[in-house]
Design a protein around this ligand. Structure first.
Ligand SMILES: [Zn+2]
Ligand SMILES: [Zn+2]
Length: 274
């Protein structure tokens, strides 16, 4: 049974670039590759993997911090690229050289890559057709949702039942309001097409914990408007208040901006313990 467990391994997270390795048995895919192709291959090696093992790159949306390295990876290694039809249209100019490309429609059905069944769902973000992903393997579910301004009931439903989840905990609302961003950008981040606050994230995790979620990785933290210890504390306290034994019943960690830097020892999933 253990070989079917779905692992979510954030290689890069935040506005400087996002790339998450998803593994189930021998099936490996990436969600986004928003850093250079070289950074992706280097991080994969540091994490104990090889770019040749990657069977597909699933794109969440066309913002640079999510797609930067994809054209080169697709061209150099022939890695197949998957994205919603709207995302594909929005990034088409840069992606002419992708040899294998599979657009899908939203809402739509699920598809397989190796032993992973993948179910894309729509997010709420200022992009053409932003997408989150749920993964199924061996009776287990895991999901990824970053870059969404809010979590609608439909979105929450798409996440329910996930044993592990990588969820955006982008900003502290007060740090955002008092911080250095220009007014228009503050409004955009806080809007329903922006990014999830620590509190939104914590509220969702409390609900999801009641649907079977045992492991959460907080991701896409703002460097300006958040602090890893604060993001961790907000979700930790909310879950603990709900009566969860945070040592036994739940694993909560924060994705670092670059989890597998050369000099650092590979330490998947946990970048910060409080
Ligand atoms: Zn974005
Ligand atoms: Zn982003």
């Amino acid at each position: 049974m253990h070989h079917d467990q779905i692992e979510l391994i954030p290689l890069f997270s935040g506005s400087s670039g996002n790339c998450i390795l998803v593994r189930a048995g021998s099936t490996c895919v990436l969600v986004d590759a928003g850093v250079s192709a070289r950074s992706v291959t280097t991080a994969l090696t540091a994490a104990g993997y090889d770019i040749g093992q990657i069977q597909g790159i699933l794109v969440t949306h066309e913002h640079a911090d999510h797609i930067k390295g994809i054209p080169m990876l697709a061209k150099k290694y022939g890695t197949p690229v998957y994205a919603s039809a709207g995302t594909w249209r929005a990034m088409h100019g840069k992606f002419r050289d992708c040899p294998h490309f599979s657009p899908f429609t939203l809402p739509g059905g699920s598809f397989y890559i190796g032993s992973l069944c993948i179910e894309p769902f729509a997010l709420s973000h200022d992009a053409a057709e932003p997408t989150g992903y749920a993964f199924f393997s061996g009776g287990e579910k895991a999901s990824i949702a970053t870059d969404t301004g809010y979590l609608s009931r439909g979105l929450i439903r798409a996440l329910e039942g996930s044993k592990s989840i990588l969820l955006e905990s982008n900003h502290d609302p007060e740090m955002l309001q008092t911080g250095p961003y220009p007014y228009v950008l503050k409004q955009r981040v806080a809007s329903r097409k922006g990014h999830l606050s620590n509190e939104d994230c914590a509220r969702a995790l409390v609900h999801l914990a009641n649907t079977g979620t045992e492991k959460a990785i907080l991701a896409h933290l703002s460097r300006q408007n958040n602090d890893p210890a604060l993001a961790h504390r907000v979700s930790f306290d909310a879950l603990a208040q709900e009566g969860l034994d945070m040592e036994r019943d739940f694993s909560l960690s924060v994705a670092a901006p670059a989890m597998f830097e050369k000099e650092k020892k590979a330490e998947p999933l946990v970048s910060l313990l409080i």
